[in-house]
Design a protein around this ligand. Structure first.
Ligand code: ZN
Length: 422
């Protein structure tokens, strides 16, 4: 079962080069399952026993199911749709000495820069175009090897392996074509989107890594792919949500954008998107504001974002006792300073969920001399305060352009998600 799930995960990630395509993939999946799409700008009618979803900015999505008999509790799993990447700047082409055309890009999020060199890349995202006098959004993804960031040869910097400080503006601009390619980049995107170049009025376009995902290792125990953080959790949440069947709470699958840049956007965890959606569900069920607050107090959220596994070459970087391993189950993440919002209560609830799902769990805490990362749970809690646990799947090389995880763990999180949503 877990191999089939791992293959499905790779296929989902391949179709999701940016947050826009990831959300569109989920949107299409929900439509095929008879979910009704709600629009934020329209009135919501919702009924018991039905399933719905709503998107914001085309890069965040919240799907939910109302139980047949009224149970007023939200059971939420929140993950994120974005990954660190390079964003294409305005007026992207730069010509180099009548020899090359390269693209002007800037960094989106904090990533390992070295893994972006010397591998095929392409471009994807969304464009805003004028069509019949109206502005319209079009998703684009150039599905071929189009760009590459070449390294400087060792002969031209003999000291590079002693450590090198990358400068994004100087070192990481991708090569697009020979001199003759000048002036063609936006035209290429226009052709892909079937619009006139002049009609492209705005864009949010990113480089993405073309290296295909793979299952590998002595016994096929590892899975590597771009964007495992956090599409592995988003995918597991979606699968668990769809598999959960009859639900005895208001099940909420929530995938937010911009986690990699601090979540403070209209579609990020610091926004009102989740809170607005929960309030509207409450109102559409004919409930008062006080009843909304009562519902929140009895609700539970799982903030699902990948975790660091023990690294084979850097074992000393992991806490001496809490050492997550690949293929050993879902990781509960703790931090005394509440960068992870797990506390004694939410940890206990989640351990009980794992027991019901019959899956293993592990624990992660940073070494006490390392700051570590953060995620969306505590940020989301400032908008909608819900008892929350931070969890994730163990992985290596987080924020590389090509990350590695355990082949079995996705299936475990799906099983846990089924229990959360049931
Ligand atoms: Zn993440």
């Amino acid at each position: 079962m877990y191999q089939e799930t791992a293959e499905k995960l790779l296929s989902f990630i391949k179709k999701s080069p940016t947050a826009f395509q990831a959300v569109e993939e989920m949107r299409q999946r929900f439509l095929r399952q008879d979910f009704q799409e709600l629009k934020e700008e329209e009135h919501w009618e919702i009924a018991p026993g039905r399933s719905y979803f709503v998107t914001r900015n085309s890069s965040a999505i919240i799907a939910f199911t109302i139980p047949q008999k009224p149970v007023y509790k939200f059971h939420i799993i929140a993950s994120h749709s974005d990954s660190p990447a390079f964003k294409i700047k305005e007026n992207p082409e730069i010509s180099v000495e009548n020899a090359y055309v390269k693209l002007n890009v800037e960094k989106y999020g904090g990533m390992l820069l070295a893994p972006w060199f010397d591998r095929p890349l392409s471009v994807a995202g969304r464009m805003i175009v004028r069509e019949n006098g109206k502005l319209k959004e079009k998703l684009v993804s150039i599905d071929r090897d189009l760009l590459l960031i070449p390294s400087l040869a060792i002969h031209m910097n003999r000291e590079v392996n002693e450590g090198y400080k990358y400068n994004v503006q100087n070192d990481l601009l991708p090569l697009y074509g020979g001199y003759e390619a000048g002036g063609s980049f936006m035209g290429l995107l226009a052709k892909e989107a079937d619009v006139r170049e002049d009609d492209i009025l705005g864009h949010d376009l990113f480089l993405y890594c073309r290296t295909p995902g793979t299952i590998w290792g002595a016994q096929g125990e590892f899975i590597s792919s771009p964007r495992l953080d956090d599409l592995q959790c988003a995918f597991s949440s979606m699968e668990g949500f769809l598999r959960a069947g009859r639900k005895e709470s208001i099940a909420v699958h929530c995938v937010l954008d911009n986690e990699e840049v601090g979540s403070t956007t209209k579609q990020g965890a610091a926004s009102t998107f989740l809170k607005d959606t929960l309030k509207r569900i409450n109102a559409a069920l004919g409930r008062t504001f006080e009843e909304y607050l009562m519902t929140l107090a009895g609700s539970f959220m799982v903030s699902a974002d990948n975790a660091h596994a023990l690294h084979p070459n850097y074992t000393s970087k992991t806490d001496p006792v809490n050492r997550p391993l690949l293929n050993k189950g879902v990781v509960i993440k703790y931090n005394a300073n509440q960068k992870y919002c797990t506390d004694g209560v939410s940890a206990a609830v989640f351990k009980d969920i794992c027991a019901q799902a019959e899956i293993p769990y592990q624990t992660f805490v940073n070494r006490s001399d390392m700051a570590g990362g953060s995620t969306l749970g505590n940020i989301s809690n400032t908008q909608a305060a819900i008892n929350t646990v931070d969890i994730g799947l163990p992985q290596l090389a987080m924020h590389s352009s090509y990350e590695t995880a355990g082949v079995k763990d996705t299936e475990d999180l799906i099983k846990a998600a089924q229990v959360v949503f049931r």
